[in-house]
Structure formats: structure tokens, C-alpha cells
Design a protein around this ligand. Structure first.
Ligand SMILES: [Zn+2]
Length: 89
């Protein structure tokens, strides 16, 4: 009996949903080391999540660089861009 097989994508594969939920921790270096490898793999393979990670990374870098005056509208535009990729049309 493998009750979780139905919602798991595979032993080594992460779903985009899982990546989306854990990407903040991943970028903060707070995620499980075992998960990190799988995250990195997914971000390499998946254009959507890869871009998502890149956007979040840039936002993070801007904030860490002391630029507290980052225009929230710019962040919104970036997020919208990523969401549009997720739902083309
Ligand atoms: Zn993905």
C-alpha cells in the first residue's frame, strides 16, 4: 500500500506547486538540504519556476542591498509577468 502515490509526482520530482511553496525558504537557505538538490534540479528543468526563482532572487537582492525604496509596482509587474507565463492566453 502506497497511499501517497496519487498526489506525489515521483520519488525525486517536485511539482511546481511544491516548488512555489518552498522557494522562499530555498532562496533564504533555510530549506532541507535533501530538498535543495531537488529544487535546484527542478529550477533547471522548469522554465516557469526557474524564472520565478530569478525574479524572487532579484527582489531579495534589491532589498538586501539596502534599497528599501524598491517600488512595489515594479515588484507587482515582475510577479504579473511570471503569472502570465504560468497562464498563457
Ligand atoms: Zn516548475
Amino acid at each position: 500500500m502506497k497511499p501517497f502515490e496519487q498526489w506525489r509526482t515521483g520519488p525525486g520530482e517536485l511539482s511546481c506547486r511544491t516548488v512555489g511553496k518552498t522557494i522562499q525558504a530555498y532562496l533564504d537557505n533555510e530549506s532541507d538540504p535533501a530538498l535543495r538538490d531537488r529544487m535546484a534540479e527542478h529550477l533547471d528543468d522548469c522554465a516557469k519556476c526557474g524564472l520565478d526563482a530569478e525574479v524572487l532572487r532579484r527582489i531579495k537582492r534589491s532589498l538586501e542591498g539596502g534599497r528599501q525604496d524598491l517600488d512595489p509596482r515594479s515588484v507587482d509587474r515582475l510577479r504579473q509577468f511570471v503569472e502570465d507565463l504560468d497562464h498563457p492566453g
